[in-house]
Design a protein around this ligand. Structure first.
Ligand code: SME
Length: 152
């Protein structure tokens, strides 16, 4: 089980830039390094209306673009609610970028009332993400957002 209080302190110390691009790259590299059993971690950004565009990530090349109407990431963007899926094979609306992915956690990131993007984690282990993981990753996403300027 990850110690998210420690990870939160470490991420705060790591994000010493205000540049969202640098911070996004560092955040997904940090999560991939520190959280066990992940095969993909990355950001999708709303760079066109109602469309998620692939941003900094760790893992295999991924699906791009993703409309708000599709997939688990689209559901997170539309609803602005974290989406947690125990087994993506059982979800009709899942976009399969990598057949190895089984569990998924997608956290929306809202900046100044606008859906800026989402932070997406995939795991090859079904039911990988607990309540504790959800709260912990939401906390890390909030640290990323608070540390970053989004107008540059
Ligand atoms: N599975 C996601 C697509 C993104 S990849 O997992 C990197 C979805 O259904 O939205």
């Amino acid at each position: 089980m990850s110690d998210y209080s420690r990870l939160a302190r470490q991420l705060e110390a790591l994000l010493d830039s205000r540049d969202w691009l640098t911070n996004a790259a560092q955040t997904c590299a940090f999560i991939m390094q520190e959280v066990t059993d992940l095969n993909w971690v990355g950001f999708y950004l709303q760079r066109r209306p109602e469309t998620l565009i692939l941003g900094p990530f760790q893992g295999k090349p991924a699906c791009n673009p993703i409309p708000f109407t599709k997939g688990v990431c689209g559901a997170a963007a539309r609803s602005r609610q974290t989406q947690r899926v125990d087994d993506v094979h059982a979800v009709a609306d899942h976009i399969a970028c990598d057949a190895d992915s089984r569990a998924e956690l997608v956290v929306p990131i809202v900046v100044d009332g606008r859906l800026w993007g989402v932070l997406d984690l995939d795991s090859p282990r079904p039911s990988r993400f607990s309540d504790d993981d959800q709260a912990g990753i939401e906390r890390l996403a909030a640290i990323f957002a608070a540390a970053s300027d989004f107008n540059g």
